[in-house]
Design a protein around this ligand. Structure first.
Ligand SMILES: Cc1cc2nc3c(=O)[nH]c(=O)nc-3n(C[C@H](O)[C@H](O)[C@H](O)COP(=O)(O)OP(=O)(O)OC[C@H]3O[C@@H](n4cnc5c(N)ncnc54)[C@H](O)[C@@H]3O)c2cc1C
Length: 406
């Protein structure tokens, strides 16, 4: 039997910083991190396209589902504190113009290395290839009949991107200790949407669109880049709608639509005037070229096709004002039916998790089981793209590592 003061289940973002903070606050503690994969921090290596967007300078509670619960942790361990924490590990960071923070090295492995070296320096035991499947509350906690600890932090992640370890097994552990889990949805994942329309635009990116998700009424709105694929749409703006869309499909049993505004910087009337002017400038060109002044050609063709005006050999000068009005309408309001998402396997984040009412927001300690703490994505808190989810993992992990009692 291996005995510890504190054991952390899950050796990635939240779990590692929880261990480091606990040891920094009380060097007498005997601490172990238990990780099911052969190495710690595997998911971190994949973050930010391998660059690790480790926080966002603008992260505030209103950026999160579950933000009210997360507010205390996010204030105490705010992006500035998190950046200072990484500086204390020798890792320097920079922020881009949107406040997204990356390591100066632009490589996620620098972040994992910095954390790994600190675990070593602090003499925290790390057990890899160690999947916890059973927890009993017995003189503290007994894990797999092998490990004993006085205090336990579960930081096993959600069920998104299971190839990086987070297969949802943490929820089963939480349930063994009396906790309940909300309904789970894949979040930050591409959308399956009208493939017959998107397939001809496969691989085309559009930089600055507004997306509005609607059922009977408006559900959510995002803006930013989208990428057309053979199954639907990807890109940050589309991915940020995923959890909303999946919730709607599951609950209402009906497919919502997303409406793309390809020209949010122009009003309908401005756009209509612009199109009328184009008619003068390049009236002799074929309709395929109508929108190439501000959109990729394939997108322009899809828009014209959606108005049912499309004929490849038609010249722009043949378009009436009514036709141009119909095209302007589709540029501002291009509909795609959302039939689902690419699921947990491809999702960056899980929306839903351990019910926040069952956890004390100022300590991360369970309100149900004394000595038990949670951190990171396993809790029902999630944010958008841009460093928000790692910010939550660090903040909740560091707070849990304080091991304060309720
Ligand atoms: C491709 C991708 C890119 C992303 N990019 C970004 C980004 O740039 N910025 C950002 O903010 N967020 C990003 N995210 C989200 C972010 O990585 C997660 O929100 C964050 O890692 C969650 O941290 P966590 O420690 O709570 O969970 P995880 O990172 O999922 O870690 C949980 C750990 O627990 C282990 N584990 C699970 N079950 C058990 C068990 N039973 N026993 C032992 N160990 C177990 C897992 O193997 C894993 O190592 C990205 C996610 C993905 C998938």
């Amino acid at each position: 039997m291996k005995s510890y003061d504190l054991i952390i289940v899950g050796g990635c973002s939240a779990g590692i910083v929880a261990a480091i903070n606990a040891k920094r606050q009380n060097s007498d503690l005997k601490i172990a991190v238990l990780e099911k994969l052969p190495r710690i921090g595997k998911k971190l290596l994949a973050t930010g396209n391998g660059k690790c967007n480790l926080t966002n300078q603008n992260a505030l509670d209103h950026n999160y589902v579950g933000g009210e619960f997360a507010a205390f942790a996010l204030q105490k361990y705010n992006p500035q504190t998190v950046t200072e924490f990484f500086a204390s590990l020798g890792l320097l960071c920079y922020a881009d113009s949107c406040g997204r923070v990356y390591p100066e090295s632009n490589t996620a492995s620098s972040v994992v290395d910095a954390l790994r070296f600190e675990l070593d320096r602090l003499k925290i035991d790390v057990y890899c290839d160690t999947q916890i499947t059973d927890i009993k509350k017995k003189n503290g906690f007994l894990l797999n009949g092998d490990f004993q600890c006085k205090k336990l932090i579960i930081a096993a992640g959600g069920k998104s991107s299971p190839s990086q370890g987070s297969d949802g097994s943490g929820y089963a552990l939480a349930k063994m200790l009396g906790h309940s889990i909300t309904r789970l949805y894949p979040a930050l994942v591409p959308l399956c949407a009208s493939p017959e329309i998107t397939k001809p635009m496969k691989g085309v990116r559009v930089r600055n669109v507004n997306l509005t998700l609607k059922g009977e009424r408006k559900i959510a709105q995002t803006s930013g880049e989208i990428l057309f694929t053979d199954y639907g749409i990807s890109g940050i703006a589309a991915m940020e709608l995923a959890a909303h869309a999946q919730k709607y499909i599951d609950n209402v049993k009906h497919n919502p639509f997303t409406y793309i505004d390809f020209m949010p910087q122009m009003s309908f009337n401005e756009l209509f005037e612009y199109l009328k002017n184009l008619n003068k400038i390049k009236g002799f060109c074929q309709i395929d070229n109508l929108l190439t002044g501000f959109l990729p050609k394939a997108v322009g063709i899809a828009i014209c096709k959606a108005t049912k005006l499309y004929k490849a050999d038609k010249n722009i000068s043949e378009l009436s004002e009514r036709d141009l009005r119909a095209i302007a309408e589709k540029i501002k309001n291009f509909p795609l039916e959302i039939t689902g998402t690419k699921g947990f396997i491809n999702a960056q984040v899980t929306s839903g998790g351990i019910k926040t009412e069952e956890i004390d927001p100022e300590t991360m300690q369970s309100n149900i089981c004394k000595g038990l703490y949670f951190a990171g994505e396993i809790i029902d808190v999630d944010g958008g793209c841009g460093g928000f989810n790692l910010q939550w993992a660090w903040a909740s992990g560091m707070l849990a590592g304080e091991l304060n009692e309720v």
